[in-house]
Design a protein. Structure first.
Length: 274
């Protein structure tokens, strides 16, 4: 089996990334969405006990947070509703929402891969260049994966600063991140991103517009929603073991999707659509 031409692949990735960052449909969501999901909303949620008396809330209102903390075995006073709220929201409720960032970023960039070339009228030159079809497909995948990981790490740092600062009034120490968040950051997040990219690049190669590719790839957020609902419903609590298990599933699907895409991708299909 012929080896990948990594020099060519990196050249494709660099060129695509520079063009994607000039596209406002790509750049604006990758800035605004992480700021809202991982800065503004968490700051409001963690600070909420300052303005809303949790002692006046019923047990049913805060039960999901107490259940998550009890299952995680954290050593805090379960009668302290303020600490329970902060730990439950910052460490557990927002964990699935954090996964939306690498998925969204990679999907946006991956959607722009072939569709963006077609809309910029540069795809003809790309398709007739003397590079293998496999290297071309892998280059498109890397274009989305590397920036997604950079944005994921930057978002994690911003989120950690925000929730620790917002919750310090009640916790009196740096409480975030818990151990399982490192597995979330380094294993599950990249797995979600890679899975989304493999599927979205395949979609992008078969659609005509950026918006159409985005709509079709929107279904990828469904597994993240299911993780969030499952945790709030008490079916499970995210911990290191569960994070590694879910991550393995995403990585497996991503690898299969990427290999399938590289194998079934044909330039002739794109040329016929030009």
């Amino acid at each position: 089996m012929k080896q990948f031409d990594w020099r060519t692949i990196k050249a494709i990735a660099r060129k695509d990334l520079s063009l994607a960052l000039q596209n406002k449909n790509v750049l604006v969501p990758t800035i605004i969405v992480p700021a809202v999901i991982l800065v503004i909303i968490p700051a409001i949620m963690v600070s909420m006990p300052r303005w809303v008396s949790l002692e006046e809330m019923s047990y049913d209102d805060i039960e999901p947070f107490l259940r998550m903390i009890a299952a995680a075995g954290l050593n805090i006073d379960m009668n302290d509703y303020v600490q329970a709220w902060i730990i439950g929201s910052a460490s557990y409720m927002f964990a699935p929402m954090f996964l939306i960032i690498p998925l969204m970023t990679s999907s946006i960039l991956a959607s722009d891969s072939f569709v963006g070339e077609r809309e910029r009228h540069t795809i003809e030159g790309l398709l007739y260049t003397p590079i293998s079809t496999r290297d071309l497909f892998v280059g498109k995948v890397l274009t989305a994966f590397i920036p997604a990981m950079i944005i994921e790490i930057a978002s994690f740092i911003a989120y950690a600063i925000v929730v620790n600062a917002a919750g310090y009034y009640a916790m009196h120490h740096i409480f975030f991140p818990p151990t399982f968040w490192w597995a979330l950051l380094l294993w599950l997040g990249p797995g979600v991103s890679f899975c989304g990219i493999g599927i979205t690049v395949l979609i992008s190669s078969k659609t005509n517009t950026f918006i159409e590719a985005q709509k079709r790839s929107g279904i990828l957020v469904l597994p993240i929603v299911l993780v969030m609902v499952g945790q709030l419903a008490g079916l499970f609590v995210l911990g290191t073991g569960i994070v590694f298990l879910i991550g393995a599933v995403f990585w497996a699907v991503g690898i299969v999707a990427t290999l399938y895409g590289a194998k079934t991708f044909h330039r002739s299909e794109l040329i016929s659509q030009v």
